[in-house]
Design a protein around this ligand. Structure first.
Ligand code: URP
Ligand code: ZN
Ligand code: ZN
Length: 462
């Protein structure tokens, strides 16, 4: 395997910015040193002058090929991980799903099979528990031994994924014993279903009503509930795709009390709003996801939460459905629009734009996009940093490049971009995955099957 030297760049990690060269051998970072202090030779030298040298992104929330609402997310593991690489993400953590009446192991095996030999970058799995019972609770222990150490439970989607409070408490109690991390989709799904029915009866059928019935208060209520259930169980909890300022306030209050409570938000909540859901001619369907987009005013609380560490991670919740042929299942009934947005390719760039806009610092960019998700889900320091011994998952990033986001140029297998026409500063130039080039000077040189399954350890709570 080629010994590689990256010279002349600014290495940015979650904790440091250093003008150092990076030596890579056997797929690992071997050493960092100032350019005038070493005499390293290598088979391949990558000149990063004027560039940032950053860890590959860790996207801890994706749904490749996810069956949902009578259709399937349009990115396969092959197309989705290729797009991830284009966007500077070198690790994804996707969600295997336990079907109702099925075991966790069956769900896990089925997702391992879907991903096997397909991925351009490394991948791991969380487990969605849709059937919490004696047997699936016991199975959590064996899944943890197999490298699946986090479990998503839903207070939403009655009849599909929803677990009741007793089931959630039991799973949290088990996690308190076995070290697993419970992730929650926190919205009051039973109350939302009542509001959906009433809205449809009033003839409110457009995509924008998706945002109106999935009220911020119902996100906050469920967030409060799962936090208190976790407190009773004596277990940590990680709340996924936080979008409402009231939910951030619940997390902040609990953290001020010293509870091990963690939160993730997503670029769509930071950059998009209910204005997008209200776009005419059914275009709003492109922005239907749950939790839903919120009025713009909520964004300040999310950015603040990321700065104060009340929110630790930005993941994409990448779950793409094509506008034509998938989203249009909900024409005339917003509740039939498949929930989810594309974004795995856009996250690192959008968060760099957040640096340019002054929302977060450069090191915080790397923390929320690389280091914190790796720590949260037991992959650090193998992933998420540039340090001796770490996997050489490295992005050479041009901070001065300008690009305009568009479905015409993206690589995700979906017929629209949620950020169509958005100009951003910064662009990925080169991506290494375990030292192997995947993107080289703006060209894809990777291949399906390079990415390997990553068994994870227990959370290292950042
Ligand atoms: O709308 C979303 N978020 N779709 C994906 C499934 C989920 O709840 O994360
Ligand atoms: Zn969810
Ligand atoms: Zn999701």
């Amino acid at each position: 395997m080629a010994r590689t030297l990256i010279t002349g760049g600014l290495v940015v990690t979650a904790s440091d910015e250093m003008h150092v060269d990076v030596l890579i051998d056997q797929g690992k970072v071997v050493a960092l040193a100032t350019p005038d202090s070493h005499g390293w030779t290598a088979d391949r030298v990558l000149d990063a002058t004027g560039m940032y040298v950053i860890p590959g992104g860790v996207d801890a929330h994706t749904h490749m090929e996810m069956p949902f609402g009578g259709t399937t997310a349009s990115d396969s593991f092959e197309t989705g991980t290729r797009a991830a690489a284009w966007g500077g993400t070198t690790t994804i953590i996707d969600f295997a799903i336990q079907s109702r009446g099925g075991s966790l192991r069956e769900g896990f095996d089925s997702w391992l099979h879907k991903a096997d030999g397909q991925c351009a970058v490394d991948y791991a799995f969380h487990m969605i528990m849709s059937d919490v019972n004696e047997s699936s609770l016991k199975e959590m222990d064996t899944l943890i031994e197999g490298g699946v150490s986090s479990f998503k439970l839903f207070t939403a989607y009655p009849g599909v994924f929803l677990s009741d409070d007793g089931q959630i408490l039991r799973a949290m109690q088990r996690a308190a014993d076995n070290g697993g991390l419970i992730m929650t989709h926190a919205e009051n799904g039973l109350a939302i279903d009542v509001l959906v029915e009433q809205a449809l009866a009033r003839g409110e059928r457009d995509p924008r009503y998706h945002g109106e019935v999935r009220k911020a208060l119902l996100e906050a209520e469920a967030t409060h509930r799962v936090i208190r259930l976790s407190q009773v169980a004596g277990a940590p909890v990680y709340v996924v795709h936080v979008s409402a300022q009231e939910a951030v306030a619940e997390l902040a209050r609990a953290r001020d009390e010293g509870l091990p409570v963690f939160g993730e938000t997503c670029p769509q909540y930071l950059f998009l709003s209910t204005d997008n859901l209200a776009e005419p001619d059914f275009e709003g369907a492109k922005y239907v996801c749950s939790t839903p987009l919120r009025p713009k005013e909520h964004q300040a609380a999310l950015w603040r939460g990321l700065r104060t560490n009340d929110l630790q991670v930005v993941s994409t919740d990448h779950c793409p459905f094509c506008f034509k042929g998938q989203k249009d299942m909900g024409i005339g009934d917003f509740s039939r629009i498949p929930n989810g947005l594309p974004g795995v390719e856009n996250r690192m760039d959008l968060l760099h734009q957040a640096v340019v806009d002054g929302h977060v610092s450069r090191t915080r960019w790397i923390d929320i996009a690389c280091a914190a998700p790796a720590k949260m889900f037991g992959l650090y320091p193998q992933k998420g940093t540039i340090a001796p011994g770490a996997d050489a998952d490295i992005v050479i990033y041009d901070p001065e490049a300008e690009q305009v986001m568009s479905a015409k140029t993206h690589h995700m297998n979906v017929d629209y971009s949620a950020y169509e026409g958005k100009p951003v500063k910064g662009r990925v130039r080169t991506v290494l995955s375990r030292g192997v080039p995947v993107i080289e000077a703006g060209r894809y040189v990777g291949h399906a099957g390079h990415g390997t399954y990553l068994p994870r350890g227990l959370s290292q709570f950042p």
